[in-house]
Each structure stands twice: as structure tokens, then as C-alpha cells.
Design a protein around this ligand. Structure first.
Ligand SMILES: [Zn+2]
Length: 239
């Protein structure tokens, strides 16, 4: 039997002060990623356990300085930690705004946000700014250029048919170095294009087998894309 590929978390990559750490990326369980430079901390896909992982890794002051969250899509293994993170930031009296960038139409993030405000707005110490993204225009946050791009992720509806979910990948460029994170996606030319030549590509290989490539990629497909970058991590590999 072919040996299964298994990433060893956390996965860490660094060039000068451009640093990324993937605490975990396990399908149906949780994802959790931080991207940092000397003067910024971003969180990408805060799944369940993100607060525990941040707390182990960073001081309270550093956690309070998180300025931006990037969401690839609304599946629970990518957003499950949002509620506790938002609550912690208020309990610890964060003062600076928190920006959340997410694909337009991502009902999960807007629902969590609305429910959160309903419960905590009277004591909330910081401003939460939602930024639904519906195009591929680049923008810059804390000297990091962010290029969102559409990927091809689906879920199965009640009738058993695959339906597209609003989903994005992100390419982060800082000091001439780039990290391409594809989120969850089936094989798509956009990701092929964005990953190519990146200093680091983070590519999901979530397909259980050749028959489920509607939703995710096989290790072979993901490696093929990863190999066009200078370095790559395969993530989201089924246990
Ligand atoms: Zn997903």
C-alpha cells in the first residue's frame, strides 16, 4: 500500500522577519495560521483551538495587537475559533480595530459577527471592521501586499450535489518575498498561476481519493502545483 503523506504540525517558514506558522490544518477538525513581520500579526483561518495555540506562542500584548484576520471560506474547520478570539480580545481590552477580510457571501462570518454583537456589544472595547471581498483587487496592510484570488471550493447539499461556496486564496507579498495560500480548493488554474514562482506555496491536499477531486486536490495534484513554487507545504491532508 502507498504510504500516506502526513504533514507534521506546526509548519514554520521564515525569510528575514516575514514569518508564517501553520499550527494545524486538518480537514473537518481545524485550521490555524499566523503570519507575522516585525510590526504585524495577522491570523489566517482561525479554526477551533486558535486561541489556545496563540496563547502558547504569544504574549497577551501580542495577541491584542492582531490587526487583521483573513478567512478563505466559512467552513467550520476554518472559522471555528473566531468567536473565542473575538471574545478574548474584548475581555483583555483590545483598543485598536480588528479587520476581518472574507469572501463576499460568506454567511458564517456575518452570522458569527451579528451574534457576537448581540451578546457583547455593550462591553466591546474595540472596533470590528468587516471587509467582504468580491474581486481580486490587491490591497496593502502593514506593508504587506495582499492579493485575494477566487478558488474553486464546494460543499455537498441535501440532495448530494456539489455546490460552490464563496472561497478565496490569498497571496501575501512583503519585502520582495511572497507566500501563496490557496485555502480549500479543487484543482484550479487561478491557483496554478498564483502559486507559480512564490517563495512559499501552501497547498491543500484534502481529497480522500481520486473520486473526490470535485472538492479537494489529491497529493499528486497539490504537489504538482507546489513544485512550481520555490518551497511548498501540503496541508489539509486527511488523517
Ligand atoms: Zn472547506
Amino acid at each position: 500500500m502507498k504510504k500516506k503523506y502526513k504533514p507534521k504540525y506546526p509548519l514554520v517558514w521564515q525569510k528575514d522577519d516575514f514569518f508564517i506558522k501553520i499550527y494545524c490544518s486538518i480537514p473537518n477538525i481545524a485550521t490555524g495560521i499566523i503570519l507575522t513581520t516585525n510590526n504585524s500579526i495577522f491570523v489566517i483561518d482561525p479554526g477551533d483551538g486558535i486561541l489556545r495555540d496563540l496563547n502558547r506562542d504569544k504574549s497577551a500584548a501580542e495577541i491584542l495587537s492582531i490587526s487583521d484576520i483573513f478567512i478563505s471560506h466559512g467552513h467550520h474547520d476554518h472559522v471555528g475559533g473566531v468567536w473565542s478570539l473575538l471574545t478574548y480580545l474584548s475581555v483583555m481590552k483590545k483598543k485598536t480595530p480588528l479587520n476581518i477580510f472574507y469572501p463576499e457571501g460568506c454567511v458564517e462570518i456575518e452570522s458569527i459577527y451579528n451574534a457576537f454583537l448581540q451578546v457583547y456589544s455593550h462591553e466591546l472595547t474595540y472596533q470590528i471592521k468587516l471587509h467582504p471581498i468580491n474581486n481580486s483587487r490587491s490591497f496593502t496592510r502593514k506593508s504587506i501586499k495582499i492579493k485575494p484570488f477566487k478558488v474553486n471550493h464546494k460543499e455537498i447539499d441535501e440532495e448530494g450535489n456539489p455546490v460552490a461556496v464563496p472561497s478565496l486564496g490569498f497571496k501575501f507579498t512583503y519585502n520582495g518575498k511572497s507566500i501563496c495560500y490557496g485555502g480549500d480548493t479543487a484543482y484550479t488554474e487561478t491557483l496554478v498561476k498564483m502559486a507559480k514562482g512564490s517563495d512559499l506555496a501552501i497547498i491543500e491536499a484534502g481529497a480522500e481519493d481520486e473520486s473526490s477531486t470535485d472538492l479537494h486536490m489529491t497529493v499528486e495534484q497539490a504537489s504538482e502545483i507546489g513544485n512550481t513554487a520555490k518551497e511548498y507545504f501540503l496541508v489539509h491532508v486527511p488523517d
